[in-house]
Design a protein around this ligand. Sequence first.
Ligand SMILES: Cc1cc2nc3c(=O)[nH]c(=O)nc-3n(C[C@H](O)[C@H](O)[C@H](O)COP(=O)(O)O)c2cc1C
Length: 382
Amino acid sequence: MKSLINHKYPSVSDLRKRAMLKIPKFAFEYLDGGCNDDVNIKKNTNRIRDIELKPNYLVDYKPPKLKTKLFGHEYDSPFGIAPIGLQCLMWPNSPQILAKAAFKYNIPFILSTVSTASIETIAQITEGNAWFQLYHPADEKVTKNILKRVEEAGLPVLVILADVPSFGYRPRDIRNGLSMPPKMTLSNIVNALKRPHWSLKTLLNGQPNFETLKPYMPKNLSLNQLAKFMDSTFDGRLNEEKIKRIRDLWKGKLVIKGTESLYDIKKAVDLGLDGVIISNHGGRQVDAGQATIDSLKTIYPVYKDKITIMMDSGIRGGADIARVMSCGANFTFLGRTFMYGVSALGIKGGNHTIEMLNKQLTQVMDQLSCAEIDDLKKMLVL
Ligand SMILES: Cc1cc2nc3c(=O)[nH]c(=O)nc-3n(C[C@H](O)[C@H](O)[C@H](O)COP(=O)(O)O)c2cc1C
């Protein structure tokens, strides 16, 4: 079975195509789409692919090793699984499936506050090795309680999010009734019925919930009440005061995600943060921005010795990971790629996607005669 999967889905675009056929249109479009006119989502990948690496063949060859140290942990690969909200909309139990795969292959899995599995469940699956991404509760008591749960679960890294001061303007989600408040439109019901495997699995697993937020939510909310709850519970805009308070409360590693400017990175460094994930939310928030790879190229030379620099947005395969690492990133994250994998292949999707990326990256490094991930920087055509 495994070799059949390898044979049928050897690339991210194969997984994406399969996912499109396997899950209802509203779920696929929620996952796949960007904001406004999809300019940035395309630019993210296109600009990564403008990067060229030049091999030296006549060298003292050693086989490639993908192991990468990050925050004192040696991961088996230089990539991890980015936080995704509402994961069960795409496939039931997808956070659990991905967390299990991440633990098995020793890569980080980041749980979103608005995902559909709880902090405690994911901590148990990963034996305390997952990271947690915090949306910003308006009520300080909720923040403190969430941070206490993350600490008690033993998770080593907290990721705070900068790039959702307001919801992205996403035309597909608006058309499909997935903006706030969500609506189950007739066309969504028809679409779900056209995907019987998804419908059956979803029915069997019951209605997905925001498990991490359950203790703070009134029971049995209608969709309209849920929208009001989300609006009043979260205050997305991050500022220095909030970061200072979180820095004081959180003793583990603290990472900011969604920052792209030298201005924000300087603040992050000054506020004592440990890392940054240069990200534009996979082109879902601002359509007039820069590709993240271009932000990385600006930020890396200035801040490489001051803060751990990671990047996501637009990475669609092992060769892309090689390109991003060659520009100085200490680590990479992928969002949609992993969700395409699970949407396409269900419980096998996590393992398959990681194995595929490992194979693709190993092949690129082998071809470039790079023994270590760090060697990729020497191959960059300037
Ligand atoms: C469907 C979807 C939901 C997302 N939800 C979250 C979230 O809850 N928290 C978060 O920090 N980022 C979220 N992101 C952004 C991802 O963490 C990541 O930055 C992005 O997917 C990277 O781009 P890529 O999909 O091109 O790899 C989401 C992205 C997608 C596609």
